[in-house]
Design a protein around this ligand. Structure first.
Ligand code: URA
Ligand code: SF4
Length: 221
């Protein structure tokens, strides 16, 4: 169950996007053209989280619109999903110059935006693309050892995957990223079933008949 209604979640996401476009919390704001807050349905079941905008994203203000984005759309199609079915964003919202790695202080400065986006969307599955977004959920873990495995973290599931750009540049990752996306429909089924179960199982407070308190109050009058 979404913590916010879809309409409210949409408003929250728009508010975050507006804050991001004015943000000066880290040095990346000085070199960005357009910030890239992320995009997708406010009620998406799946959130994909990449690293940071590249050159094309910095020009357009939208995530994954270059070569890596095209490949990502192919991978999604392989899992029976359209780009418009999922929410797509990044751990840093402004382009690191020359596509260098985001620095720890930049990741820290930008983190609260992503936290708020996750809370608003309340996805069933978060898919991290690459090491930097994986590090937010599984610090100190090697991506080669955990990629494609779904695990429960808090009230939702996460799956670490290779970054599509890394797979395009290093063909040894290609079969792995394809196989991991091919597993996604089955994992989504599992996540849906498990999360329905935990919602049903959640209210643990013992059933208290209202009668005693009501009866006591009625007696008072
Ligand atoms: N790579 C990323 O990590 N994010 C984008 O938005 C585009 C390419
Ligand atoms: Fe702000 Fe994030 Fe952009 Fe840094 S990367 S300026 S924290 S929006």
């Amino acid at each position: 169950m979404s913590a916010q209604s879809d309409a409210l979640a949409g408003e929250t996401l728009a508010q975050i996007a507006s804050e991001v476009s004015n943000c000066t919390s880290c040095a990346l704001h000085t070199t960005r053209n357009k910030s890239v807050p992320g995009e997708g349905p406010a009620n998406a079941e799946i959130m994909l989280i990449g690293e940071g905008p590249g050159a094309n994203e910095n020009e357009q203000g939208r995530p994954f619109v270059g070569a890596a984005g095209k490949f990502l759309e192919e991978l999604l199609a392989q899992a029976g999903l359209k780009r418009s079915d999922v929410w797509i964003g990044n751990v840093v919202k402004c382009r690191p110059p020359g596509n260098r790695d985001p620095m720890p202080d930049e990741l820290a400065a930008c983190n609260l935006y992503l936290e708020r986006q996750i809370e608003a969307i309340n996805p069933k599955i978060i898919i991290t693309l690459g090491r930097f977004s994986m590090g937010k959920f599984l610090p100190g873990v090697k991506i080669t050892q955990v990629h494609g495995q779904m695990r429960k973290i808090g009230g939702r599931f996460m799956i670490a995957m290779f970054h599509p750009a890394a797979a395009l540049h290093n063909p040894t990752y290609l079969p792995h990223i394809k196989a991991d996306f091919a597993k996604l429909p089955g994992q989504l089924d599992v996540a849906r079933k498990e999360l329905v179960k935990s919602v049903v199982a959640e209210p643990k407070a013992p059933y208290q008949p209202q009668k005693t308190e009501e009866a006591r109050q009625i007696k008072l009058f």
